[in-house]
Design a protein around this ligand. Sequence first.
Ligand code: ADP
Length: 251
Amino acid sequence: NPFEKVEVNSFSTVDKVFAIMSGKGGVGKSSVTSLVATTLCRKGKRVGILDADFTGPSIPKVFGLNENMARTGPMGIVPEVTAGGIKIMSINLLLEKKDHPVIWRGPILANTVKQFFTEVVWGDLDYLLIDLPPGTGDVPLTIMQSLPLDGIVIVSSPQDLVKLIVTKSIKMAEMLKIPIIGIVENMSYLECPDCKKIIKVFGESKIEQVARETGIPVLARIPIDPVFTELCDQGKVENYTKVKISLNGIQ
Ligand code: ADP
């Protein structure tokens, strides 16, 4: 049964599994995944990230692991570990040529994600965060049906909220009966470094209205910050301390 829930291997225990979802690409889903991970890690939690975004696997790069190759040990595939101690598995850690596209069909992608969950030696984790591919397609669907998710975090830009793209993600999670932990609005505004004026690049935010209408809490509103982009480019996202994203009381 392809929709049967899979489990981690006998060398691992994972307490909570959360997926990070977005209606479309480029809104900052991977960025939010890395910020949630670093926030939890600073609180002393044991955290792993399963990078399931095969179209643009950016997790290894922002943590400075892009040159690394995952190893296979006697117990299974060994995740890479970041400077701060976050365990990472990504297709980019298995591919020799990181700039080549992954031209695989949906079922193979979905199976690979399942294997990342079941065959990677995660060890003991408090949280495993899954960076989903953007949208509501085949791979997110299989992950949501076959991995034991405790909840979903939805990432959107102010424009997504206007265009109702985010509503699709919310509806999908609801249809699959997975609790939505909250929404993170990314690229909400820009603060002028000189005069501190707030510039709403993508217009007035609708996030509070969406939160009211859906009952889903807002976890964070993140500004556009060139310092963040630069740290990501340098592979030092763990050094960014300005934004913390807590999972709404879930410890
Ligand atoms: P997604 O995972 O949704 O495709 P990413 O998290 O990879 O999006 O972000 C896309 C690009 O935008 C990356 O280069 C990232 O560094 C940058 N970015 C995302 N959020 C912010 C932000 N709040 N401030 C500055 N740059 C950002």
